[in-house]
Write a protein that binds this ligand. Structure first.
Ligand code: C5P
Length: 304
């Protein structure tokens, strides 16, 4: 624990909005000695968001509302609660806060919903307690909480290496229009990585084609280049997803892929009108629990 700092927090609730992500490229290398897989990935934050409000309180509490809230732990296992505890330990204060989370990012969907809440909790508690941590300090704490937490803090379009936590800005022109197929139920990220190991597949293509398409703002080329080494593992664990991925192709999406470890499926549309068309037609096919539309890139965790 660092020495206690002089704090200048505001004794009023602080609300932070944070976005989910889609991996536009996800190249997975063999498992490292520390149990994580070395990645080369491109992440884009998209406009499906959660809100986390840090309310002054005695002790630590978590309240979760919104779609899929029942499946989110409300105790100390909650990633946002762990973020508050980690920040409090870092600056030498008690983790006195009630975290009210409103879910809009699919739960256990491969869109970093839990990581997003952790990133939002860091920003919200930092403001509530007036810890005065800068972004670099928050990012260092974020990386201890989960591989995707630093990205959720930062947002935008990023190239990620290491276990996904080492980030650099990817030059991305334009706005991308996504249709998101939310599956019934979730997939466990460790289970998907374990299935990937069992399948013994070699790493797929590096993210070069995705990065080149983003630099040009070329949505059709991006659609062609989308790649996810975890997709086959997710399909093995949830074979019904195959039909959802096929639907994207049948409906003429520029590209379709499982998002991260799944089971959410992301479809890239040519423009806003095409996005609406695909969303409406996909809803009629009955191949997923819910259909959402989203644009990207959008910002990281921000106070609203
Ligand atoms: O970092 P995070 O806590 O989100 O990771 C959850 C799990 O996903 C890890 O415990 C590990 O099993 C798996 N994982 C991995 N390689 C990565 C990221 C996650 O094997 N690069």
């Amino acid at each position: 624990m660092s020495p206690a700092r002089s704090l200048s927090g505001v004794p009023e609730p602080v609300t932070v909005r944070v976005h989910g992500k889609i991996n536009l490229a996800l190249q997975v290398h063999p498992r490292r000695p520390d149990g994580f897989h070395e990645l080369a990935t491109v992440l884009q934050s998209v406009s499906l968001s959660d809100e986390v409000t840090a309310v002054p309180a005695k002790g630590l509490g978590v309240l979760v509302r919104g779609d899929g809230a029942d499946a989110v732990p409300a105790g100390p296992d909650n990633l946002a609660a762990r973020a508050a505890i980690a920040l409090a330990a870092q600056v030498g204060v008690c983790a006195d806060v009630r975290l009210e989370i409103v879910k809009g990012i699919p739960v256990a969907g491969g869109m970093a919903g839990g990581s997003a809440d952790a990133a939002a909790a860091l920003v919200a508690c930092d403001a509530l307690w007036g810890t005065g941590c800068d972004r670099a300090e928050l990012t260092a704490i974020a990386a201890t909480l989960g591989s995707d937490v630093p990205f959720c803090l930062r947002g935008g379009t990023q190239y990620g290496t290491g276990r996904g936590e080492l980030l650099s800005d990817a030059l991305a022109r334009g706005t991308y229009h996504w249709v998101v197929a939310v599956a019934t139920g979730g997939l466990s990220t460790p289970a998907v990585y374990a299935a990937f190991d069992q399948m013994g597949a070699a790493p797929g293509p590096p993210p070069d084609a995705v990065l080149a398409a983003l630099r040009r703002g070329d949505a059709p080329a991006l659609g062609q280049a989308l790649t996810n080494d975890l997709q086959l593992a997710a399909l093995r664990l949830l074979p019904a997803l195959r039909r959802t991925v096929e639907a994207g192709r049948e409906l003429g999406a520029l590209g379709t892929l499982v998002s991260g470890s799944g089971p959410t499926v992301a479809m890239l549309a040519a423009d806003r009108a095409d996005q609406t068309r695909i969303a409406v037609e996909l809803s009629g096919l009955g191949v997923c629990r819910a259909v959402r539309t989203a644009t990207g890139p959008v910002a990281g965790a921000r106070i609203v």
